[in-house]
Design a protein around this ligand. Structure first.
Ligand code: GLN
Length: 322
């Protein structure tokens, strides 16, 4: 029997609320404050339809999902060659906060791990942390189609305990990979991670990437198609860190996770997905968010390597799914 997509999402969220595997990130405390059972999902079609289930009104910090946006911004500003002089595009098989660069290339493995993301943040246009963050926030807002803001508490608390990211930034500076002040880069990067979003924002940002860089509601081109192709390629191969292989085979669409429990996933040409729930697995990925995206990818036949005929490629919120 055919079920409406909204009913399907509601049922899935209700079912997943019973899954209590994983723990929310303990630090910084204000990031994971609140009920760890919160769970939400949102889909945004290339036609501009938005369907949401669960705690869709609740905001959480974007965290590492922002790495995809700053990578796109750096590529748009400097071009591929210049950006990739500073950072490689190879899956690392390592956790996101590894304190090392590749032995052979001498560069961070990719822009999705913290080493690469810190270098990429330094390539965002702007003379200092304030300017770089202002441009980042403005670009994220254009993707989301509304003005976003930062969570001051999460930013302040993370800055007080971000020894590991400072260690990474100093390593990058010592090796001359980073050419600006390490403290300033960590400051700007921590602000970019502290931007508040809802699952609807994530779905809309993902929808902008799914539509080749054009924000589907405003019609504004935020990134070129070439930049989006590059970002999605790196999200597909590196976006889930040391879980990337399992994600590609089991889910099959580019995605990026954040330690506040958000996941942004993109079905190119079709739709954007935002999912959120704070309990994390060992890779720092939301347990329920992962299940939500995996279930939707299966139900809506999104796996990129399935080679679906073109007639199956358009999803519409008014349609029902079998
Ligand atoms: N702000 C966090 C950090 O850099 C983000 C990590 C993540 O979401 N994977 O450590």
């Amino acid at each position: 029997m055919a079920i409406q997509l909204k009913d399907l999402l509601d049922a899935r969220v209700d079912e997943l609320r019973k899954d209590t595997r994983g723990e929310p990130m303990p630090e910084p405390p204000s990031m994971s404050s609140g009920n760890p059972e919160r769970c939400a999902v949102s889909l945004y079609s290339s036609a501009g339809d938005l369907v949401t289930a669960g705690d869709g009104d609740e905001a959480f910090t974007i965290q590492s999902i922002s790495k995809a946006m700053t990578y796109a911004m750096a590529l748009q500003e400097h071009g591929h060659e210049e950006v990739h002089r500073h950072v490689d595009v190879e899956p690392s098989g390592e956790a996101y906060h590894v304190i090392a660069v590749d032995d052979v290339s001498g560069k961070p493995d990719n822009p999705m791990v913290n080493t690469g993301a810190l270098v990429v943040h330094s390539l965002v246009p702007g003379a200092d942390a304030d300017e770089r963050f202002a441009v980042t926030l403005e670009t994220m807002s254009r993707m989301a189609g509304r003005q976003l803001a930062m969570d001051e508490d999460v930013y302040r608390e993370e800055m007080a305990s971000t020894h590991r990211n400072l260690a990474i930034a100093h390593l990058l500076r010592a090796k001359d990979i980073l050419q600006v002040d390490p403290h300033e880069v960590v400051d700007g990067y921590t602000r970019q991670c502290s931007v508040l979003v809802t699952v609807e924002d994530l779905a809309t940002m993902a929808g902008t990437l799914a539509a080749g860089g054009v924000q589907p509601t405003t019609g504004e081109r935020v990134f070129s198609q070439e930049v989006v192709r590059q970002v999605l390629s790196v999200m597909l191969t590196c976006g889930m860190y040391d879980d990337a292989g399992d994600w590609v085979s089991g889910v099959g669409i580019p995605a990026k996770s954040g330690v506040a429990g958000g996941i942004l996933a993109v079905a190119p040409g079709r739709l954007g997905i935002g999912a959120w729930s704070p309990r994390l697995d060992d890779h720092g990925t939301s347990v329920r968010g992962r299940e939500l995206v995996r279930g939707l990818a299966q139900k809506l036949e999104l796996h990129l390597l399935d080679g679906r005929p073109a007639t199956k490629l358009d999803w519409d919120a008014r349609e029902s799914v079998d």
